[in-house]
Design a protein around this ligand. Structure first.
Ligand code: WAQ
Ligand code: MG
Length: 279
């Protein structure tokens, strides 16, 4: 599902070649409001589609005037994976949250240049999917910069979802938002070429973000941005020199389903994670 609204883009003042400030003409542009995807049994389709429509119609990013729903029959047998373990970091301010995310990404082997680029792009650009950045040199790699890479064909079995709900309930974080983000992060981290991910919601009311990697698991950062801030995004840091089409093919097209859940933790200090990455 993809929901969007059209709006006049704000008049922006840009520098013309002779360095005088000039006002650009405003034009209509499409603003992304919400998106969602999953792998479901045929019998679940109607319920899920209703839920997606409900979500698109009542979203804190605004009123959608276009909702696109695509349903595809997937013939390929899904690959099964284990969900990443979930843990929450103690954190009180967005400044601190950003620093923690940076520390975790550095510890996962991402260069400072690549991390700075990631945060700059998340703040500046509105991408419908994820941004891909080379972990060492910090080059941006996805071919379509407005669309980004949309992770799709991902799901969780009924029994694993039940198990996950039990785990998350112990820490009072059993919400659809956490479950969906964990399923996505687990598929992303199952791609060998991806080293780590950082995610900040584009929902102005949702300030918890995460950093995820195979080594550290899914690490929730409660104040990664301030309330009211509409900018958000996802960045996947990938190994240098990989075949990018291969990675995008896996993330967008390969059916992957979680059939096992790792045991999770509550809130822990950052040092505990950095000293013992394997939880
Ligand atoms: N594939 C790639 N990128 C995506 C996808 C997708 N399927 N869905 C969303 N994005 C990108 C897109 O740029 C959005 O702007 C951005 O991620 C944020 O998406 O444990 O709600 O759906 O409490 O707003 C994290 C949960 C919630 C943390 C993240 O993301 C927690 C969230 P949103
Ligand atoms: Mg959102």
């Amino acid at each position: 599902m993809r929901a969007a609204k059209t709006a006049k883009s704000q008049k922006s003042r840009v520098k013309s070649p002779n360095l005088k400030l000039k006002t650009q003409n405003s034009k209509m542009s499409e603003i992304h409001i919400s998106g969602a995807e999953g792998l479901y049994k045929k019998s679940e389709i109607q319920t899920v589609v209703n839920k997606y429509i409900e979500r698109a119609l009542n979203h804190s990013r605004g009123k959608a005037d276009k909702i696109v729903i695509t349903i595809e029959d997937i013939k390929q047998q899904p690959e099964t994976i284990t969900a990443l373990p979930v843990v929450t970091i103690e954190n009180n301010t967005s400044q601190e949250g950003g620093k923690i995310a940076g520390h975790l990404l550095r510890a996962a082997g991402i260069s400072k240049i690549a991390i700075d680029k990631a945060f700059e792009l998340i703040k500046r650009d509105s991408v419908r999917g994820a941004i891909l950045i080379a972990a060492e040199h910090g080059r941006r790699l996805e071919p379509d910069k407005e669309r980004g890479v949309r992770v799709s064909r991902l799901g969780i079995t009924k029994s694993a979802r039940k198990q996950l709900s039990i785990e998350l309930m112990r820490y009072r974080i059993n919400t659809e938002t956490v479950q969906e983000a964990l399923v996505l992060a687990s598929k992303v981290s199952s791609c060998n070429h991806v080293i780590a991910e950082v995610c900040i919601s584009d929902d102005p009311d949702y300030t918890t973000g995460y950093v995820a990697s195979r080594d550290f698991g899914y690490i929730r950062i409660p104040h990664i941005k301030n309330k009211g801030n509409k900018s958000g995004g996802r960045v996947f840091f990938v190994k240098e020199g990989i075949d990018i089409r291969n990675v995008i093919g896996y993330l967008e097209k390969k059916p992957v389903v979680i059939n096992k859940v790792s045991s999770c933790k509550g809130t822990v200090p950052i040092d505990e994670i950095l000293n013992y990455p394997h939880l």
